[in-house]
Design a protein around this ligand. Sequence first.
Ligand code: FES
Ligand code: FES
Length: 199
Amino acid sequence: MTLTRRELIAGTAAGIGATTLLRSAGTAAAAPASVDAARAAAVPVTTTLNINGRDLRVTHDIRTSLLDALREHLSLTGTKKGCDHGQCGACTVHIDGRTALSCLTLAVAARGHSITTIEGLAAAPGRLHPVQQAFIDKDGFQCGYCTPGQIMSSVACIKEGFADDAASIREFMSGNLCRCAAYPNIVAAIEQARPQGGA
Ligand code: FES
Ligand code: FES
C-alpha cells in the first residue's frame, strides 16, 4: 500500500482528533467528521520494513511508531522504550547508518530504508560487535536498560568521527541518558572500541 504525504498527515491528524474526542467525552458532543476520521485512522496498514537485512511485513495502525512496531509487532525487544518522547535515547536505532530515535519515527516513514537494531549489530550470530564487547570489558552499564541505545549511539560516534577525545565523545553521547550514571565507563568503552572504527 502506497501512502501519500497527504494521506499520512490526515491519518495522524485523525489520531489527534480521536485523543481530543476522548478528553472531551461527556462535556461536548463530538463532530461526526472527527469520528469518521478516527475510524479511518484505525484501519490497519501493512508496511514492509527492512530490519537487520531482512524484509519484514508488519500490519499496524498508521500512527504506530517504529519503536512500537519493533517491540510490539515484531518482538524485537532489544530496542528499549524509556521516555517515548525523544528525550532519553533508549530507543536509538540506525536508519541508513545514522542514529534515529525510533519513538519519534513513524513506522511508515521508515519504509524503503535500512534499519539496524541492537539485534543486528554483530557481524554474525553468536558474536559480539567490538562496541558490545567493550561495554562488557569496561563495565559500561549497571541495570542495562539504556545500554542498547548507548551502544547504537556509540557505534555512530566512532563511525562518524566524534570519538577523538573524551570531550567529543561526551558531547556526541549527550542525548543518551543513563539513570545508573555509567557515563565514565561508557566513554572508556568507546575509547577501547575506537581503533576498530565502529565496524
Ligand atoms: Fe525514545 Fe526516550 S524512548 S528518546
Ligand atoms: Fe542503568 Fe544506564 S545502565 S540506565
